[in-house]
Design a protein around this ligand. Sequence first.
Ligand code: HEM
Length: 146
Amino acid sequence: MDFTADQLLQYNGTDPSKPIYVAVKGRVFDVTTGKSFYGPGGSYAMFAGKDSSRALAKMSKNDEDISSSLHGLTEKEIGVLDDWEKKFEAKYPVVGRFVSALISGMITMPDASVSAEILFKFFIQDSRMDSKKTSAFPGRNERKKM
Ligand code: HEM
């Protein structure tokens, strides 16, 4: 299942009848069993219902970092994010993927201000995660995780 930002926000823990989701690098994890972290009042509640990749990479809880954008992250921060991804994989089920505004924006109106590097990252991620689509990156797709 694909989640837009608005859809993902429905799973931010404020409705106790719904599961809680956090997306990392475009994959949506069901973190309901980590309710004490991500539920209302939890130390990491600000990550719930969002793709919080940037915040995880930067070890930040600041509003402006709660974003799927990897723009300008250092190699070290990308490494931190990859470690978080591994932790989430080991602990939580994947329920879908987050379709960032960046991706939909690029498809509808490509913007020269979006760097080729970021475009590349997102397309790799996209191809890796979609099992039904024939990938332009077959090597990556073989290692797909869902
Ligand atoms: C002094 C600062 C901090 C301390 C002492 C601390 C401590 C902890 C502890 C003890 C846990 C529980 C680990 C476990 O049981 O598996 C945890 C989990 C976590 N920490 Fe921190 N933390 C700090 C700062 C941060 C910051 C700045 C971030 C921002 C990214 C962060 C993100 C997380 C996340 C996302 C989890 C939950 C992981 C999960 O779902 O299992 N922490 N932290």
